[in-house]
Design a protein around this ligand. Sequence first.
Ligand code: ADP
Length: 320
Amino acid sequence: MNGEMVIQTTGLSKQYKDIKALEGLNLHVAQHSIFGFLGPNGAGKSTAIKLLLGLIRPTGGQAAIFGLDSVKDSIAIRQRVGYLAQDPRYYQHMTARETMRFAARFFYKGPKEAIEARIEETLTLVGLENKADRPIKGFSGGERQRLGIAQAQVNYPDLLILDEPAAALDPMGRRDVLEVMARLRKHTTIFYSTHILDDVQRVSDNVAILNHGQLVAQAPIEELLAGTTGAAYTLTVRGDGRAAQQALQGQPWVTAVSGHPNHTPSHTTLQINVNDEAAAEDQLLRLVLANRQTAVTAFGRKKYDLEEVFMQIVEGGQAK
Ligand code: ADP
């Protein structure tokens, strides 16, 4: 592999008659990342995935996977990619192990005598080792998805593409699938689509946000969550908080201090926006506690919710 980019698209577009499903997508997915491809239903996520896999042809632009062309080299690409479709179908009477054997017949390229061991290993990786010999018809939604991931993983792919792997699951099923994805990360690069913000926040390190066929943001998740306004801290003090507010206002690294009503009337919570996190972490508490009358009951960095960021980006229409 020529370095670090597993997926690289330039101006990738797909138009169905008069519907622009995907417009000018420029995507960069680095090796060993776990990349969340986020967008509401109809945003164009599945279309992009099918283009990456060479299952459909672009009407504009191109996609390179491992530096190979998605149209010309789709067979070579698919030998190195594991793919889980949005709604995987199984033969219900077959057991998990039989299903894996079935997949291995098509995809497994290793030595024949190692197949059974690889199946066992892959089922263990997704936490299905105890259910290996049960028929799939008794499996929960989460177990089915994990089996799908095991199938996609059997041939040691360099890239796993998962289309909405957790969308239809209950909270426990989702948690299990997300855990499996986090675990697989050391073996491969994972690119997965979702419309659920919380999933992205829980497992991705990079995220791209798609809306109406267009990329509206692409960044490491920490960067997106840091927001455009810089970091913020919250501080809860006993009393009305005026002394703390005075101590902080006027510091060169403080951009705003605001008081928030508190559910315990005897306490006040302040939000402090800063433009220099190192200075804030060194000095903020010290400055406040220099006043011996002030008692601090809570202090923390305000975590931005991806939902807030998503709404800001999508509604504000601002591209990054
Ligand atoms: P997502 O996966 O984000 O839900 P899709 O990629 O499935 O979005 O769809 C993007 C847009 O393209 C939608 O408006 C959808 O109706 C349209 N679309 C998808 N597949 C086809 C197709 N085969 N023919 C016509 N329109 C399609």
